[in-house]
Design a protein around this ligand. Structure first.
Ligand code: C2E
Ligand code: CA
Ligand code: CA
Length: 586
């Protein structure tokens, strides 16, 4: 049977049972006849059942405070209390016990009212048989248990058993209030598990979940009974430090948290190590209310992340300001992505053998409503860090394909366009589908697209990179290594992965004529490309002398302000005119 509150109860002969054996009911009834009748009805049922009877609410409140009852049956009209207030007072005094209202025929309205205020059921005097009375008590208990479970679920995190965000907020407010009255401080530790996502991705969600449980246990281990440990979201935890006296005291606790994480966790037979970043803030020192305190501790935590994770930082105002600026920028960017406030500019790459266009590099700009054109270094790294590059990156590829189909429709010759892709974008599940649908929708062939990736990509996750690059190669998309020589990675990947182009980083190009070492590096990259059969593109060429050096060293393609900076789309029409030379060797 399904009650309307969703509790499933079986309808077999009702029996009143209690885990501990004895089942105690408190009956509040001033009328002796009624009391006897109800008691007899209940007792017919019962091994191990006992009924205590009181006549007044005052006695009842005393009774529920002294003994543990499984249920309370109460008349509403008592010598010292009447109607709904009887229920309210009972529940206020002992919220965990189910209350069943026993009422005369005439006050059904009050009985229904009682249900609204938390009574579990009502019975009419003299009307009920044994089994319906018993059933009522039992259902009342089940419903009560279910309601308590709901309340528990609303306040506690199901995975770790720690307080959840809503209970945390409540407790934090109370704690701040107490500290204010007592003239002490409330401390807050904002704790983020370092690189949790990587661990989760590498070992799977089950291990990730286990790890979070272990983290919760460690947090509980060192918390005092008055402290509240909570899980705020994913891998973010917090501990409320009740009445601390100084920021040093709070800092010491945070230090201990970080230290407890030097021991690895044993999870399904594996030792898994993880560290945490802890931000510390206090009321009244760094915030005046709960919301501000969370923000401040979060800002301090973020400071730890920026300076290499695994440590503690106390809140300070400048870190708060920098986080605020970042939040503001992120919010603006979210809108900008939604409203497509971006535009693609193109920079020509010149074939030094012919002086004509070899290809184009697409470079994104943000058309900010107030600030004007914003350059990508101000927002691409931020979007990448926040894992929000995928959507914009997908749009950029589509936009490039759209231009290519337009140029073709206008009779321009085909040109390969290089698009910068960030590691998260390339490795995202959406990447290949985005790419294929852009090709399909605009009738662009894969050979017209080049993807520029950086060496940083090769620092981790090799198998996914391999399959992605292999897939791109089989589709006919070419791949360039951008900023080549700056990524500190082994050159082995050049042998192991399908790559088509090396781009000599601009820092080498710009120092070519002044620094022997840079000149040597540039020359080495060019011959490396030659040996491996890769095209070499020198970028950041600003001066004729640099160009001369590169050409003599055997570099075939160059790009830089010397030829042209990146320009809006209309410039491309001129660059692609038949026979048009962007540079003439003299
Ligand atoms: P990058 O891929 O190394 O792009 C070359 C940058 O150097 C561009 O800056 C370009 O305007 C600039 N540049 C070109 N020639 C010269 C020169 O002769 N001298 C100097 N000093 N600079 C030159 P930009 O457009 O500001 O882009 C900066 C970076 O932002 C790019 O570096 C790239 O990493 C990233 N980026 C740009 N567009 C995108 C995009 O669509 N997606 C992604 N993921 N990243 C992008
Ligand atoms: Ca690039
Ligand atoms: Ca570059």
């Amino acid at each position: 049977m399904l009650l309307d509150n969703g509790v499933v109860v079986d309808q077999s002969e009702p029996v009143l049972k209690n885990e501990n054996g004895a089942f105690r009911v408190l009956l509040i009834e001033d009328n002796s006849l009624d009391a006897e009748l109800i008691t007899r009805t209940l007792m017919q049922h019962g091994q191990n059942l006992s009924v205590d009877r009181v006549e007044t609410l005052a006695d009842a409140l005393l009774a529920v405070e002294c003994a543990e009852y499984q249920a309370v049956l109460s008349d509403l009209e008592l010598p010292d209390s009447s109607g709904i207030s009887t229920v309210k007072q009972l529940l206020a005094c002992s919220p965990q016990v189910p209350v069943i209202v026993v009422t005369g025929h005439e006050d059904e309205k009050t009985a229904v009212e009682a249900l609204k205020f938390g009574a579990q059921d009502y019975l009419y005097k003299g009307h009920e048989g044994v089994s319906s009375t018993i059933r009522s008590v039992r259902y009342a208990m089940e419903r009560k248990r279910f309601c308590d479970q709901l309340v528990h679920m609303a306040h506690y995190d199901q995975l770790t058993g720690l307080a959840n965000r809503s209970l945390f907020n409540e407790r934090l407010k109370q704690s701040i209030e107490r500290a204010r009255r007592a003239g002490t401080k409330t401390g807050l530790l904002f704790i983020d598990v370092d690189q949790f996502k990587q661990i989760n991705d590498a070992f799977g969600h089950e291990v990730g979940d286990e790890l979070l449980k272990h983290v919760a246990e460690r947090l509980l281990q060192f918390s005092r009974s008055t402290d509240v440990a909570a899980r705020l979201s994913g891998d973010e935890f917090a501990v409320i430090l009740e009445s601390v006296h100084s920021d040093r005291e709070a800092h010491l606790v945070a230090q201990r948290v970080v230290e407890t994480f030097t021991q690895p966790f044993e999870i399904v037979g594996r030792d898994i190590s993880c560290s945490v970043s802890v931000g510390v803030a206090l009321v009244p020192d760094n915030a005046s209310n709960a919301k501000e305190l969370v923000r401040s501790a979060d800002a301090a935590m973020y400071q730890v992340k920026r300076s290499g994770r695994n440590g503690v930082a106390m809140f300070d105002y400048s870190s708060y300001r920098s986080m605020q600026a970042r939040m503001h920028l992120l919010e603006e960017l979210r809108l900008a992505v939604e409203k497509k406030q971006f535009v693609i500019h193109f920079q020509p790459q010149i074939d030094l053998r012919t002086g004509q266009i070899w290809g184009l590099e697409a470079l994104v700009r943000w058309q900010h409503p107030e600030r004007g054109l914003v350059f990508p270094m101000e927002f691409i790294p931020l979007l990448e860090e926040e894992g929000r590059i995928v959507e914009l990156g997908g749009w950029i590829i589509r936009e490039v394909c759209r231009y290519q189909s337009m140029w073709r429709a206008e009779g321009l010759r085909d040109v390969r366009v290089a698009v910068n892709v960030s590691p998260k974008q390339l490795l995202s599940a959406e990447f290949m589908p985005h790419l294929k649908s852009a090709f399909l929708d605009y009738g662009v062939s894969a050979g017209e697209l080049e993807l520029e990736i950086t060496e940083h990509l090769f620092a981790e996750e090799t198998s996914l990179i391999r399959s992605r690059l292999t897939e791109l190669r089989s589709q006919g998309v070419s791949v360039a290594i951008d900023d080549f020589g700056t990524g500190y990675s082994s050159l082995g990947y050049l042998r192991d992965f399908p790559i088509d182009v090396l781009k000599v980083d601009q820092s080498f190009v710009q120092r070519l004529c002044y620094q022997v070492r840079d000149a040597e590096i540039a020359r080495a990259v060019i011959s490396l490309g030659d040996i491996l059969g890769l095209e070499v593109v020198a970028e950041g060429v600003e001066e004729e002398s640099q160009l001369k050096f590169l050409k003599e060293a055997g570099c075939a393609v160059a790009q830089g302000f010397f030829f042209s900076e990146a320009k809006p789309e209309d410039a491309v029409y001129e660059w692609l005119l038949p026979g048009k030379k962007l540079w003439v060797d003299n």
